[in-house]
Design a protein around this ligand. Structure first.
Ligand SMILES: Cc1ncc(COP(=O)(O)O)c(C=O)c1O
Ligand SMILES: [Zn+2]
Length: 442
């Protein structure tokens, strides 16, 4: 039954038959576990084995159609890789998503023990996180299928991305979030006009409610019934990194893990580029990062098993990654182990330190997931997963203004003196002389 907090829009979704996707590059959906084919629809689990459904492409046809030059001549944004995305027509509405900078982080690198480090700065998307990428695909599908509303179950960043995409497309939006979310993330979704519904519980509780709502309302929940399309969007990070490196792959990719969709789709994205001849196939080690207080994938990796034990009560300030029961957890373990990578669990103190380090040394201010990623890179280097001379790409996936409380962690609260980094004591409206203040007085 729909939640009493929301009254469903009256427009009903179109009949299944009108939802087909007629792209010459997409063959359909298939189960990742048993390979059973499914029609392109609001379907997201296999009817035979309940495995996740994924989009299947005609790589031979794509290889015969695109090359580096044609992609290079297109405007910035994720649609420059359109043959590798599950849409037939390019969306006519929507903000430019993607084509974010790949920054050479040579001041930060030595502090993490790394020789060569690039930062993929995805804090610069329209809603200030990488979630604009998966949402762009899911929202375009929902719009083309004339679904009555766009919705999501969110740990925070997805809320803003979904609300923004719906606003631009003129669709109603419903976002469901854990009630203890950072206020900045709530406010952002509210500003874009979404109905924001806090739920007293964890993200996994939110997700359960949303699965029921998706069934009953037919709304397009970007990360539930539109998940096969949504998940495809994160591959554009791999496409951009390869293109920005001059059509090649790095030695190591480091990314945060919540559900594991982003992490695993990075693996798939680089694979696909090799399959269609845009890069040479080369082994990449994939390193994931999780917060110690919610590290189901890192724990499984440590035990050498794909059986991921859910974390019932996440205990971390990294709320964006606080998914105790990750949908793609086993798949993430497999990618890390099969590539010689790892999944690292990092403390909140290390996360806060890493945020301050990258902001102070490179001028990029990431949210908590970014701090986790950089601390995970340092941890992977310490345990020998990252080697001397390796070229590493670390993904900073959200903007620090969304998690302003994080930078203070590990700070004593002491007001700093002139020249020290940190918050100085407030000054009276008129004071002086300035030289006295610079010497430590007021
Ligand atoms: C900033 C940020 N980075 C990374 C992730 C991880 O995404 P995924 O659920 O695909 O693992 C999230 C998830 O919400 C996020 O908000
Ligand atoms: Zn199956």
């Amino acid at each position: 039954m729909p939640s009493p907090m929301v009254s469903p829009p009256t427009t009903s979704p179109p009949a299944t038959s009108s939802r087909r996707v007629a792209s010459s590059f997409v063959l359909g959906l298939a189960c990742r576990r048993c390979s059973r084919a499914e029609e392109m629809d609001l379907a997201y689990v296999c009817r035979a084995c309940f495995g996740p459904l994924e989009v299947v492409y005609d790589y031979a046809r794509i290889a015969a159609t695109i090359d580096r030059e044609s992609i290079g001549s297109r405007p910035p944004g994720i649609w420059r890789y359109r043959e590798l995305l599950p849409l037939h027509d390019l969306p006519t509405k929507g903000l430019t998503v993607g084509s974010t900078p790949l920054v050479c982080a040579d001041r930060l690198a030595p502090t993490l023990g790394l020789d060569r480090l690039w930062i993929k700065d995805d804090t610069r998307n329209p809603s200030l996180s990488f979630k604009d990428r998966p949402v762009a695909i899911a929202a375009a599908r929902a719009h083309a299928w004339q679904l009555a509303a766009l919705a999501c179950a969110s740990t925070g960043n997805l809320a803003g991305a979904t609300a923004l995409a719906a606003a631009v497309l003129g669709m109603p939006a419903y976002v469901f979030v854990p009630a203890d979310l950072e206020p900045a993330k709530l406010h952002q979704a509210v500003a874009f006009g979404a109905t924001v519904v806090p739920l007293q519980g964890t993200y996994d509780d939110v997700n359960r409610v949303c699965i029921e709502l998706a069934d009953e309302t037919g709304w397009g929940f970007v990360n539930i019934n539109l998940r096969p399309f949504y998940a495809e969007g994160s591959r554009t990070l791999a496409f951009e990194i390869a293109e920005q490196l001059g059509w090649r792959s790095p030695d190591v990719v480091v990314a945060p893990i919540a559900s594991g969709a982003l992490f695993t789709k990075l693996g798939r994205g680089f694979d696909e580029l090799a399959a269609v001849g845009l890069i040479e196939r080369k082994a990449i080690r994939f390193v994931g990062g999780q917060a110690e207080g919610c590290a189901p994938v890192a724990n499984a990796c440590d035990h050498g098993t794909e059986a991921v034990t859910p974390v019932k009560e996440p205990d971390t300030f990294v709320r964006s990654l606080a998914i105790g029961s990750p949908a793609d957890g086993a798949h993430a373990v497999r990618l890390a182990m099969a590539t010689g990578g790892s999944v690292e669990a990092v403390s909140d103190i290390e996360t806060a330190r890493a945020i301050r380090a990258v902001a102070g040394l490179e001028g990029i201010y990431p949210e908590t997931a970014g701090g986790v990623t950089l601390a995970a890179a340092a941890a992977a280097r310490r345990r020998g997963v990252i080697h001397d001379g390796d070229e590493v790409v670390a993904l900073l996936t959200g903007n620090g203004l969304k998690t302003p409380d994080a930078v203070n962690l590990g700070q004593t609260g002491r007001r700093v003196r002139p020249g020290e980094p940190g918050l100085a004591a407030a000054l009276p409206a008129s004071f002086g002389p300035v030289a006295t203040w610079l010497e430590g007085g007021t």
